[in-house]
Ligand binder design. Structure first.
Ligand code: OGA
Ligand code: MN
Length: 200
């Protein structure tokens, strides 16, 4: 996989880029079905906020259900994982991000106004999360479903990303504040957090 010049430029100057077709429709629909099956067996847990002893649940801050996934090769989500791996290599090659391993999380906002308040995924110097890549699995998304991702690039007007099937958004974890606006329909996403190569 290669990043386009426009993507590299956007990442460098604004701190993010989006792509509307990451897997292609057939593989995207299969990955969606795979993700949905994991949600339906009840493998996700309400997301917590803060870490360690301070950890708590607060649906006023975030209302999604999450689970870490390690999909096997040969499964539809395994194909997505491989695509994220290739993306990490392309980000390192094309944008000199020096990325190493990544964690993969499945998240479902059940609807009913579930949202995630404005935040950063990593604090400069405190974490080795360098890049966030989110792939959306929402076939048939319409604006009434809500759940838009709102990015807050420094010194720019906010940018909204519609979480439709096979859309990818990539942003710098330490730089781009973002939030999920209230979702009124179940909303599925897979997020890869890439760590620096020097991370443990
Ligand atoms: C997160 C997050 C955004 C989204 O899980 O940290 O910001 O669009 N998710 O799902
Ligand atoms: Mn986030």
């Amino acid at each position: 996989m290669e990043l386009t010049d426009v993507e590299v430029e956007a990442l460098g100057t604004r701190g993010y880029f989006t792509r509307t077709s990451f897997l292609g429709e057939a593989r995207a629909l299969a990955a969606r079905a795979d993700a949905l099956a994991r949600v339906e067996v009840g493998s996700l847990q309400p997301a917590g906020i803060r870490r360690g002893a301070d950890r708590t649940q607060d649906t006023r801050v975030r209302g999604d259900l999450i689970g870490w996934v390690q999909p096997e090769a040969g499964t539809p989500l395994g194909a997505l994982r491989e695509r994220f791996e290739a993306l990490g290599q392309a980000l390192s090659r094309g944008a000199y991000l020096g990325l190493g391993r990544f964690d993969l999380q499945l998240a479902c906002y059940p609807g009913g106004g579930a949202h995630y308040a404005r935040h950063l995924d990593a604090f400069p110097g405190q974490s080795n999360r360098r890049a966030t890549a989110i792939w959306y699995a929402n076939a048939g998304w319409v604006p009434e479903h809500g759940g838009v991702l709102r990015l807050h690039p420094e010194g720019e007007a906010p940018v909204d990303v519609a979480p439709g099937l096979d859309t990818l958004v990539v942003f710098l974890s330490e730089r781009i504040e973002h939030e999920v606006l209230p979702a009124f329909h179940p909303r599925l996403a897979l997020t890869a957090w890439f760590y620096g190569r020097d991370a443990g």
